[in-house]
Design a protein around this ligand. Structure first.
Ligand SMILES: Cc1cc2nc3c(=O)[nH]c(=O)nc-3n(C[C@H](O)[C@H](O)[C@H](O)COP(=O)(O)O)c2cc1C
Length: 366
């Protein structure tokens, strides 16, 4: 086994410098069991469900370390529910989406989901924050927004604070607020992103952060890339897209087929999902928002109030033509249905091979 226990790995007590973000508890448990550091995304969970989700994950982890991630943008309403937001949506947008529902014959979703029952608001965020602070997670990560009170309170409770940042400006803000680990997430990443690619962002953040540990995120799907990030000064890599290929993710079959068939060019940045720029896998639904005559997507949380039922429906009905999800340029690494354990083994073996290759080159006579 390679000596790739960076200081952050040692601090967290993990075997490999691999940090795995997922909304799916089964993936989180499997990443921890395979020696990585899992981060459970709770941004898509209703506050009332979070305590049970967290209790279940903690019981299955049996003391293995894990983190929780929340997405906390500023400028959302104090209180919001989908119905009241829907009542105030611009009529032209409502008509456009009604036209798409008809054109693509999208049925209403049959089951309740976060995307139809909830709207992002300060009240929702506060409930999510309370549940996270009360958890046994040893780390708290936040994305899109920074909350000084959350960072201070998480630290007071002994949790390590992480922040996903996409620019030098954001990184500076996070450091000023006392964040302890920066996740330099490049434009290549699945989900909400900035405009700078991981390869260019990482060295700038490493230089700025000095003694604060930095992780690299975005576009990473191989062990050689992880090693490359460590060579650039990162203490590990943070992966999101890759786990969607694992059976533990319970990815709808149509989405998994599309992920397997997709290359990096099949992901694009779109505001059609959440209202904020988000890298997603293309589908006819996403493309419809780029057609001539389509209105610009609304902001967050209004775009979700407008289209949340469609997202829920196309996932529930496994709609091969329309289904999409956040996905990074790292989708090139998804080539078959697999398991988290197999993915972790492969990443570690690839790190090993890349190390041997480098060592071989380093020994070549000039
Ligand atoms: C399906 C999916 C959902 C995501 N949701 C969140 C989220 O709720 N919060 C967050 O901080 N990051 C989220 N991300 C981004 C990941 O944390 C991570 O930065 C990103 O996946 C890294 O790039 P990669 O997708 O190329 O591996 C999501 C990514 C994916 C693929």
């Amino acid at each position: 086994m390679l000596p790739f226990q960076t200081p952050l790995c040692q601090r967290l007590g993990i075997a490999h410098p691999i940090f795995g973000f997922s909304h799916e508890p089964d993936v989180v448990v499997a990443i921890a069991q395979a020696g990585g550091f899992p981060v459970l995304g709770l941004a898509r969970d209703a506050p009332q469900d979070i305590p049970a989700i967290v209790r279940d994950v903690e019981a299955r982890l049996a003391g293995l370390p894990y983190g929780i991630d929340l997405m906390l943008p500023a400028q959302v309403p104090e209180q919001a529910d989908p119905q009241s937001l829907q009542a105030a949506l611009p009529p032209a947008h409502v008509a456009f989406v009604a036209g798409l529902r008809e054109r693509f014959a999208i049925p209403p979703p049959g089951k309740p989901s976060f995307f139809t029952a909830h709207a992002r608001s300060e009240a929702l965020f506060q409930a999510q924050i309370d549940a996270v602070l009360n958890s046994k997670a040893c780390a708290v990560a936040t994305a899109i927004g920074l909350r000084a009170e959350l960072i201070a309170e998480a630290k007071r409770r002994g949790k390590l604070t992480f922040s996903l940042i996409g620019s030098v400006r954001h990184a500076r803000k996070a450091l000023d607020m006392g964040v302890e680990v920066l996740v330099a997430q490049g434009y290549d990443a699945g989900g909400h992103t900035g405009t700078v690619g991981t390869m260019s962002l990482l060295p700038q953040i490493v230089e700025l952060a000095q003694n604060t540990p930095v992780l690299a995120a975005g576009g990473i799907a191989t062990g050689a890339q992880i090693l490359g990030c460590i060579c650039s000064g990162a203490q590990g890599a943070w992966l999101g897209t890759l786990w969607m290929a694992a059976q533990e993710n319970h990815t709808p079959p149509a989405l998994l087929d599309r992920l397997i068939a997709s290359n990096s060019e099949d992901t694009i940045i779109s505001r059609a999902h959440s209202g904020k720029p988000c890298r997603v896998l293309r589908s006819d639904w996403i493309d419809a928002w780029n057609e001539a005559g389509a209105p610009p997507p609304l902001g967050m949380p209004h775009q979700q109030a407008l289209t949340g039922d469609v997202f829920a429906s196309i996932h529930e009905h496994n709609n091969a033509r329309l289904i999409y999800e956040a996905a990074g340029q790292s989708v090139f690494g998804i080539r078959e249905r697999t398991t988290v354990a197999a993915q972790m083994d492969l990443l570690v073996a690839q790190m090993d091979r890349a190390w041997d290759r480098m060592a071989g080159w380093a020994q070549q006579p000039a």
